[in-house]
Every structure is written in C-alpha cells, then in structure tokens.
Design a protein around this ligand. Structure first.
Ligand SMILES: Nc1ncnc2c1ncn2[C@@H]1O[C@H](COP(=O)(O)OP(=O)(O)OP(=O)(O)O)[C@@H](O)[C@H]1O
Ligand SMILES: [Mg+2]
Length: 447
C-alpha cells in the first residue's frame, strides 16, 4: 500500500471510531430519554389515579404503596402539615418501617431540618448529607428512626407542604439521578393531590358545621314557637284552674271528713295542683326574661338555696358537701332566677339519689368564668339520654310525677346570662351538672 493510501486508511479508521462512540452516546441518550418518557407517563398515570381519591387517609395509603412498588424500596413515610397546627409536620403514614414509639411523631416547622430543605425545594436530600450538616438536631433522630435514606420535599407554590421519606432499595443499589428526578416530580404531583384532598375534607367539615348550625336554628325556632304556644295555653288554662281550685275548697268544706266524696276531692285537688305546677313551669320557660338583672353574688344565692332545701335533704338521708373557692362570686343575673336553676338541679339530684348519698356543690373560677358544679351519687344519666335531658318535656320519671321542664328552664335562664349548662356522668358514678357563667371582673374579687 502506498503512503497516501495508508494515510487514508488511518483517517477512515479514526472516523469509524468517532462514529462508533457517537452511536454509543446517542444510544445512551435514547435509552435515558425512553426511561424519562416512561417515568413521566407513570407519574401522569399515578397522578390521574390519585387525583380521584378524595379521602386524605386513602390517598396517603395509595401514595405510599405506589412509591414502594415503583421504586422497589423497603419502606416509605409521609409527613404532612398538622390539622389544627399547620406550622408543624406530623408523620401521617408509613409502611415498611418499624417504629418503636406509639405517640405522634412531629417535625417542627421552624426546626433546622425544614428550614434547610425549604432553602432549595427542587432537589432530593441524602440522609448522609442531612446528618452531616444538621448533626445533633432532633429532627435527624426522627429521620433515623424512620430508616430514611432519602428525603424528598413535597412543595406547592414554593412552600413545603410535606416530606416524603424513602428507605433503601431492596436491590441495595444506590439512588440514581433518574430515580431522584422521578421521586421529585412524583412528590410535587402528590403535594397537589394531598392539598386537593385536604381542601375537599375542609370543605366537607365546613358544610357539616353549616348543616348543624342550620339544624340548631330550626330547633331554636321550633322551641320559640313551642314557647309562644305553651305560654298562650298556660295563660288560658290558668284562669279556669283558679276557679276549679276555689270550688274544690268549697266542696271539701261541704262534704264530711270521712266519706268518699272528700277523698275524691283530695285527689282532684292534688291533680289540679300538678296542672298548676306545669302551667307555672311553662310560663317560666317562655318568660325567662322576667327577673331583673343585677350584680349578684352567686355564692350567697347558692348558700340560700342550700339552706332552703336542707330540711328536705336531711329527711331523705342525703348529705350536702360544699366547696366554694370564690367569695364574692359576682355575676350579672336575677338572683331569683338563679335560685330557680339551683333548686331544679338540687331537686333532681335529691330525687335521683338513694338515701345515704351525697350531693356535692362546688364553685370555682376558671379564667373569666365561674364554674358551678352539682354532683350526686345517684345512678347517673344513661349515655343515650345525655343529649336529650335539656329538651323540654324530656323526662324518665315514671307516671305523672315529672314535667320534664326543669332542666329546659335551667338552660333558658343560664343562656340568658351568657352561660352554658351541661350534663355528664362522673367517672366514679353519679350525675354532674356544670354551669359556666361569665363573672364580673372586680379589683377586689378573690381568686
Ligand atoms: N341528677 C340526676 N340524675 C339522674 N338523672 C337525671 C338527673 N337530673 C336529671 N336527670 C334526667 O333528666 C331528665 C329531665 O330532667 P328535668 O329536671 O328536666 O325533668 P324532670 O325532673 O323529669 O321533671 P320536672 O319537670 O318535674 O323537673 C330526668 O327525668 C332524668 O331522666
Ligand atoms: Mg327536674
């Protein structure tokens, strides 16, 4: 071969080598592109599926399972913003990780870890890097506990809304760049899905609250209508009742003491008294407005009421224990109406508590309110009755002995003075009625 031909051959060989390496490079790029397209397609499919899951719990489960399956990892965990304390992140779901603690695991929103990750949200973080740069930080111990290898920020509108933690791969190979890109895109898609589900749940809760308020409104309108009707009926009944009572008096004078008619007159008279009592309660129920609102020392009113019923309680074999922590305990209310509230509660406690029992009355201050509690050692209130005891006409007293208006009257009066009254059962048995009422703040009030 001539010298020139040799030169040409060398050139051809060189070109061939360059061509081969170019082809190799192109094949690699093509492979990577194909993997990227595949990853993006997978992400698209996963997001499409996850966007249809609207319950946050189900969504988090689906996300974790998908990631574990797609990445071939041992486990994963998701931290998301805490409901009610949006500044911190709570471990919302995990799988394939053995955690020793049972309580909530929380990453602080203002902690070093979240600050570190917030500064650059578009990359993944190796546990090794985090534990080196944030050594000694509590959050690192949490990551360690979660067997974390890689942390992927879940961000939305440039704000971290959660963290995705993944453990090592089952194959024990490291996370490649493509894996990290895949997880990062997926995490951001998931952030949108989680936000979607949270919004939906918040919307649902708001709707539920609105529905409850509407129900309460209807209920109070019904009560107002019932009150008006009751007051009219009561008024109409009151007059003939007075006349009947008068004629009964006359009849009892006319009839002899031992014959039957006298016994009948006695029975009728008792029943008329009962009707009169119901009518009075009905009128009170509709007119909780009666009674002048003045500065009232509620501890004095309590003392008076207890004194009033002391004989009755003694006869029934009941002991009263009182513990008043506030003196004077000033509220704006009608003392007469508050006495009526206390009487109703004490009479209930007396009637429902067997002889030998105790009625405990306590008065204490709680912030700007006064707390007055009546506790007895009776059978308590069956759980299913608890929501109903303040309803007008609700009674479990047998026969004709109760009107079921006592507690409804109490509630009307207490609410009029911006207070609340609630019923519960004591853990050691017996019923407890709790009145919370705003106190008048005075310089010389004892705490
Ligand atoms: N201390 C208590 N222990 C157990 N159950 C109670 C107690 N207080 C109230 N209840 C329950 O709440 C119901 C309603 O009480 P409420 O005072 O409104 O009516 P009542 O006592 O039945 O009749 P009245 O109108 O004569 O007071 C009672 O029938 C009873 O079932
Ligand atoms: Mg009662």
């Amino acid at each position: 071969m001539s010298g020139k031909a040799k030169d040409n051959q060398v050139k051809i060989d060189q070109s061939q080598v360059e061509l081969d390496s170019k082809i190799d490079e192109l094949t690699q790029t093509n492979k990577r592109l194909k993997r990227k397209i595949f990853d993006l397609y997978t992400i698209f499919e996963i997001s499409r599926h996850l966007n249809t899951v609207l319950k946050t719990d189900d969504l988090l489960d689906a996300i974790i399972l998908t990631i574990i399956g797609q990445m071939g990892i041992n486990g994963a965990a998701i931290f998301s913003r805490m409901i009610g304390d949006e500044s911190n992140f709570i471990l919302a779901r995990h799988r394939g990780i053995t955690l020793e603690t049972e309580g909530d695991i929380v990453l602080r929103g203002d902690g070093r870890l979240i600050k570190y990750i917030s500064s650059e949200q578009s990359r993944t973080y190796d546990f090794a890097e985090l534990s080196r740069d944030l050594s000694g930080c509590d959050d690192i111990r949490i990551l360690e506990m979660c067997e974390c290898e890689l942390v992927i920020p879940m961000s939305l509108k440039n704000e971290i809304c959660g963290l995705l933690l993944v453990t090592s791969k089952i194959s024990q190979t490291p996370f490649f760049e493509d894996d990290r890109d895949f997880l990062l895109i997926l995490a951001n898609q998931l952030a949108a899905s989680v936000e979607n589900a949270n919004l939906f749940e918040r919307e649902k809760t708001a709707f539920e609250e609105l529905r409850k308020t509407q129900e309460q409104l209807i209920q109070s309108e019904k009560l107002a209508a019932l009150g008006q009707l009751s007051a009219r009926v009561a008024h109409e009944v009151n007059n003939p009742l007075g006349i009947i009572k008068n004629y009964l008096e006359l009849m009892s004078i006319e009839t002899g003491e031992n014959d039957h008619p006298s016994e009948y007159v006695g029975i009728v008279s008792e029943e008329v008294d009962r009707i009169a009592r119901i009518v009075r309660q009905l009128l009170d129920f509709y007119r909780p407005d009666s009674g002048e609102e003045v500065e009232t020392n509620i501890s004095a009113v309590l003392e008076e009421t207890l004194l009033l019923v002391s004989m009755h309680l003694e006869k029934k074999g009941l002991t009263v224990e009182q513990d008043f922590q506030v003196e004077p305990a000033m509220i704006m209310a009608s003392p007469e109406q508050m006495k009526q509230v206390f009487l109703n509660l004490i009479m209930n406690a007396t009637d429902f508590t067997p002889a030998g029992g105790t009625i405990t009355v306590t008065l204490e201050s709680d912030g700007d309110d006064l707390l007055i509690q009546f506790r007895d050692t009776g059978p308590g209130i069956p759980e299913e009755d608890l929501p109903r005891v303040f309803e007008p006409f609700f009674t479990t007293r047998k026969g004709a002995s109760g009107t079921g208006l006592g507690l409804a009257v109490c509630k009307g009066i207490v609410q009029k003075y911006n207070g609340t009254i609630s019923a519960l059962n004591h853990s050691e048995g017996g019923a407890v009625f709790v009145i919370r009422i705003p106190r008048i703040k005075r310089e010389n009030n004892d705490e």
